[in-house]
Design a protein around this ligand. Structure first.
Ligand SMILES: Cc1ncc(COP(=O)(O)O)c(C=O)c1O
Length: 374
């Protein structure tokens, strides 16, 4: 092993260094919110919405209280409800499916490919029924899904395409930013995301004015004029403190994403251990590496070995959506989505955050290259 031993623990994600660096700027922004008492929605949220739609190169952005609400409201804005079906990847965080379920519609899970680990477009058509209304593509781990393949299917069957871009702020498909490919795109600004609020937050981008106006009403009790409620709505506004912290952090996102790309490049070029498999990157995908997922035959053995060497990877995700207990009633079986099932029991997420130092990256690579499970 070439790099020197590292004494401190190296987690999958560490938010502390980043927040120390920007603490003063964020606190000044918090002070402005505090002084103006714009705690719920309001000026600071609107300000961030303008910046975020400009960043994504979409016409509109709507801030909400988290990414799960973003998915829920987007489903409602599409008119999806009881009796409808929506195609969802089996390999994603469960919240992609929650938005569908909350409306009374049914998620229909489709396997991922064995190499990109994104939804397998060739398996979608066989799952389409007269009830199917939409497909949710997920830019999972920060890597764009095959947008054109999904759009082609949507056009053929008159379905809506929705992007779950929760993990992909700044990712590009064929040079174009995530956020404007579908009817709408849903983002999470959970603290651990590439762009994370100091608190819970989410957002929706769109180029469609009708969706935009509807989302403004849905997030605010179904109201555009105070105390007049045209439809059943929700209290899903973004908080002012969250909006203000996001505006500060958005300025740094391009640099943070570049640093993640540098780290990913090192993992891709320097990991030489044949026991490890990396995610395939199609030429059109410019990932922002929210996560750097690998697979290995004996995942638990590798995890133990890494922990013994002070490295603490994550698991994204140990159970695929179709086999979650919450969806037991949908009667999926082991073997229905074999690639997603394989991934769930063999995946592991390497340390990945912008402040991960070069020597720590070297150390992680050396430890991984020294792993031998033969
Ligand atoms: C792919 C995906 N979709 C949706 C969500 C939900 O976002 P939130 O945690 O902000 O509700 C997340 C966040 O964890 C996610 O990773």
């Amino acid at each position: 092993m070439e790099s020197t031993a590292i004494q401190e623990k190296i987690p999958c994600l560490d938010l502390r260094v980043q927040h120390q660096k920007i603490k003063q700027e964020v606190f000044e922004a918090f002070e402005r919110v505090y002084e103006s008492t714009a705690f719920s929605g309001g000026l600071f949220v609107e300000d961030f919405e303008k910046d975020f739609s400009a960043f994504c190169q979409t016409q509109y952005a709507v801030g909400v209280n988290n990414g799960t609400s973003a998915l829920h409201l987007a489903m409602l804005a599409l008119g999806i409800g009881v009796g409808d079906e929506v195609i969802v990847p089996a390999n994603t965080f469960i919240a992609t499916a929650w938005g569908v379920t909350y409306t009374g519609a049914t998620p229909v899970f489709v396997d991922c490919t064995s190499d990109t680990w994104q939804i397998d477009a060739s398996k979608i058509e066989q799952m389409i029924t007269p009830r199917t209304k939409a497909i949710i593509g997920v830019h999972l781990y920060g890597q764009p899904f095959n947008v054109e393949a999904l759009l082609t299917i949507c056009q053929k069957y008159s379905l809506f395409l929705l992007e779950d871009a929760a993990q992909a702020q700044g990712a590009k498909y064929k040079g174009t930013l995530a956020g404007g490919f579908g009817e709408m795109a849903c983002f999470s600004f959970y603290p651990g995301k590439n762009l994370g609020a100091c608190g819970e937050a989410g957002g929706i981008t769109t180029n469609n004015e009708a969706y935009y106006k509807h989302l403004l009403s849905l997030r605010n009790h179904g109201s555009t004029v105070r105390y007049y409620h045209d439809e059943v709505g929700f209290n899903m506004r973004m908080g002012g403190l969250e909006g203000a912290s996001l505006k500060v952090k958005l300025k740094y996102l391009p640099d943070w994403n570049s640093r993640r790309r540098e780290i990913a490049k090192r993992y891709q070029e320097e990991l030489s251990n044949p026991h490890l498999q990396l995610q395939t990157q199609p030429a059109w995908a410019e990932s922002v590496y929210h996560l750097f997922v690998i697979t290995t035959k004996d995942r638990d053995g590798l995890m133990k070995y890494l922990n013994e060497n002070n490295i603490y990877p994550g698991l994204h995700y140990p159970v695929p959506c179709h086999l979650q207990k919450a969806y037991e009633h949908l009667d999926y079986k082991v073997g229905d989505c074999p690639n997603a099932e394989y991934l769930a029991s063999h995946c592991l997420s390497l340390p990945m955050y912008a402040e991960l130092t070069d020597d720590k990256v070297s150390y992680v690579i050396d430890v991984l290259n020294g792993y031998n499970n033969a």
